[in-house]
Design a protein around this ligand. Structure first.
Ligand code: NAI
Length: 699
């Protein structure tokens, strides 16, 4: 049973008991309905209290049962709420800590609700592209009013119980002395004694939502929400459904809610959000590294190199309260690095997002040094020096000589072989790749590169650290570019070929941004610095001459146009303005280059641009999956959603390919294989196999 039943005096107490947050799975619902029936049948019972065991009242649906037939099996959440609502004896929800989604909808079905201060109250379904489907949209406005209900349901953001104490949602919010769930139960029992005899029982469904001139308000709200919700349909559907609480009868409103819920659950946007929700949870699980693998304590960190990445990485540690020592070879570089960090925090303070006290605290956690002796006691050291194997070798040999035993030696390399780097030390088991993304203090992604010798506890520690730093950690095996950059290379190659065949940067960027990417490839190149790719290509021309690239990006760099940092890249930039302005000389260079290589320029459709860029990611992603570099397709999606601005409403490249159908993806690739550089479209064997079997990457 996952709900317990006891009778305390004359009050029946049903305790939801399904750790960790009392998700309303089938067993919990069944046990709760059973408890309610027993209470009805027992003449000695005069009132019924529903509470949650442990850490929560209820977090809502049981995510373990998502997408399983159990989620809708009877007794469904609707049935449970109906049984509560039809009770002849007063029902009281006693709420602490967390009361969300279906948990709140259950509480809304009760005659009374009491809560401890500090309980988080929310209907967060919108975050999964849905709306509350068990009466929440109709009952909540009847208790907190139309405006508050729309705010809560459209944003999905939790509100503290004490901030709702004045609404009809709560009959009492206990603060004086009541702190634990045991105190809550005692208060709830007293409350139950007071209301046990009151008849008729108050029913939420019988209340009215009064809002003068509601039509004007609802129209205004629709306009605002529509403008804010981009491609996602759920927020506007939430408004329309809550509106039904004013414009329709309760039963009609419920029917409407159900209909809109089932509509939303089928939308690609909701499917993508749910995919991303589960993908994020899965990413932190490594099959051969069990959840109880011991981790190493990280109390102090060191960063080698105070450049673009080193500074941002240091900020991550400091933001998490971990002191950092930054090491450079020259005082000047060190001063510059620390000044940049200071400036970043000052800007945050100017925006009102950081107090002076927090600023002082954070700056106080950063220390600079030129000596390796000062970092020897750090629990983790992250190397972020130049992307050059010789420099990495010097650094790692030194780290091996000075760092205390058990320290984690991490490299932020974006392309180099982590196994080779580990080989510069006598402790390869302690070496791991931590590939942060630029700007490192902002981007959510942390690619964790598992070398062949990386020990399980180092991996477990790095995964735990990623959570502490508020990053999405995704594990990658060792290969050139790991998951993200290896795939982006194919994407960038296609972008270059498109320029040769007839596109200009603004057309490519516009097409991809219309598809939903945060930034097209050329604006992204300008942001990251075109010289970085140039440097990598120069290495590849020597190491792997068989790979063909468009020369346009090299020609651009030869013009000294490295991107935003030089005020000029594929586009022009004005000081203090991140907007990209087309540059006639660059466009002329592109057109002339086509003529020089004998390519007749043609009109390329936006569809071709998007397909070539996105399917090149998918094809390389399939290889990465097949080779075991990524553990699962959803990990690749997480990399692209959190590190490369892939549109969330499309769920990531692999999920998107599943949505299109792998057979269709393959057909398009066959078409492009007949064009220029057709060998770039050799299909990944896994893609061919799955398409033939009618399967997807994620199914
Ligand atoms: P950067 O050139 O801005 O900074 C490198 C810093 O390392 C410089 O301040 C330099 O003085 C210092 N340095 C060089 N040799 C050193 C040594 N032996 N000991 C101590 N300090 C030394 O480079 P950036 O962009 O920060 O890149 C650093 C690493 O991060 C590279 O491996 C790069 O591939 C990687 N990376 C870069 C990203 C980017 O977007 N810039 C993104 C992800 C990874």
């Amino acid at each position: 049973m996952s709900a317990d039943y006891v009778v305390n005096g004359s009050v029946a107490v049903i305790t939801l008991n399904n750790p960790p947050v009392n998700g309303l799975g089938l067993a919990t619902r069944t046990a709760a309905v059973e408890g309610l029936r027993r209470a009805q049948a027992d003449a000695a019972v005069t009132a019924i209290v529903i509470v949650g065991a442990g850490k929560a009242f209820s977090g809502g649906a049981d995510i373990k049962e998502f997408n399983s037939p159990k989620a809708l099996a009877e007794p469904s959440l609707h049935t449970l709420i109906r049984v509560v609502e039809e009770s002849h004896k007063p029902t009281i929800a006693a709420i602490h800590s967390v009361c969300m989604g279906g948990g709140l909808e259950l509480a809304l079905g009760c005659n009374y609700r009491v809560a401890l201060r500090g309980a988080q109250i929310a209907l967060p379904e919108v975050k999964l592209g849905l709306l509350p489907g068990a009466g929440g949209t109709q009952r909540l406005p009847r208790l907190v009013g139309l405006e508050m209900a729309i705010n809560m349901i459209v944003s999905g953001t939790p509100v503290l119980s004490e901030n709702l104490a004045k609404t009809a949602l709560f009959d009492d919010v206990f603060d004086e002395g009541a702190q634990s769930s045991a105190d809550l139960l005692a208060c709830a029992l007293t409350f139950a004694g007071k209301v046990a005899a009151i008849r008729p029982l108050p029913k939420v469904r019988e209340r009215k939502v009064d809002y003068p001139n509601h039509e004007a308000f609802l129209q205004f709200t629709r306009n605002t929400v529509k403008a804010m919700s981009g491609p996602f349909p759920a927020p506007l559907e939430c408004v329309d459904t809550v509106a039904a609480s004013v414009t329709r009868t309760f039963d009609d409103g419920l029917k409407f809610e159900r209909e809109r819920f089932f509509h939303l659950i089928q939308t690609p946007e909701s499917k993508s959000l749910r995919h991303a929700f589960f993908a994020e949870r899965l990413a932190s699980k490594v099959p051969d590294v069990p959840a109880d693998t011991p981790t190493r304590a990280i109390r102090q960190a060191a960063i080698i190199g105070a450049g673009t990445m080193g500074g941002g990485i240091a900020m991550n540690f400091v933001n998490a309260g971990i002191p950092v020592v930054l090491l450079e070879t020259q005082q000047e570089a060190l001063d510059k690095g620390i000044a940049t960090i200071r400036k970043n925090y000052e800007n945050t303070m100017k925006k009102g997002k950081l107090t002076q006290e927090k600023f002082d605290q954070r700056i106080g956690l950063i220390r600079g040094t030129l000596s390796y002796d000062d970092i020897a006691q750090a629990d983790i050291v992250v190397e972020a020096v130049f992307e050059d194997m010789n420099v990495k070798e010097t650094v790692f040999r030194q780290l091996d000589a000075v760092m205390k035993p058990g320290a984690i030696l991490a490299s932020n390399t974006s392309t180099l072989d982590v196994d080779q780097i580990a080989g510069f030390t006598s402790r390869p088991q302690d070496v791991v790749g931590t590939h942060f993304f630029s700007p490192a203090n902002v981007m959510k992604l942390l690619e964790i590169v598992r070398g062949k010798a990386t020990s399980k506890d180092v991996l477990a520690t790095t995964l735990a650290l990623s959570k502490k730093l508020k990053k999405t950690g995704v594990v990658s095996g060792v290969c050139d570019g790991f998951i993200g950059n290896r795939m982006i290379e194919q994407y960038s190659r296609q972008a270059g070929f498109l320029l040769e065949e007839g596109c200009l940067p603004e057309q490519v960027d516009a097409a991809v941004e219309k598809f939903g990417f945060a930034m097209g490839p050329f604006r992204m190149g300008d942001l990251a610095g075109n010289d970085i790719g140039w440097y990598i290509r120069k290495r590849r021309y020597l190491e792997r001459p068989e790979i063909v690239y468009s020369k346009t990006a090299d020609l651009l760099c030869e013009m000294g146009r490295f991107g935003q940092k030089t005020g000029a890249g594929w586009y022009d930039y004005k000081p203090g303005d991140r907007k990209a302005y087309a540059n006639p000389a660059v466009n002329q260079m592109i057109v002339e280059h086509s003529a020089n290589i004998g390519v007749e320029r043609r009109t390329v459709s936006d569809q071709e641009i998007v397909e070539r860029l996105v399917y090149s990611l998918v094809n390389e992603g399939a290889r990465i999956l097949d080779e075991g570099i990524a553990m699962r397709a959803s990990d690749i999606d997480m990399v692209y959603l959190t590190g490369y601005g892939f549109p969330l409403f499309r769920g990531g490249p692999m999920f998107y390919a599943d949505t299109v159908g792998l057979f269709n993806v393959l057909m398009a690739m066959e078409k492009y294989a007949k064009g220029r550089h057709g060998d770039a479209w050799a299909p990944a064997p896994l893609l061919v196999r799955l398409a033939a079997e009618g399967k997807g990457f994620n199914s």
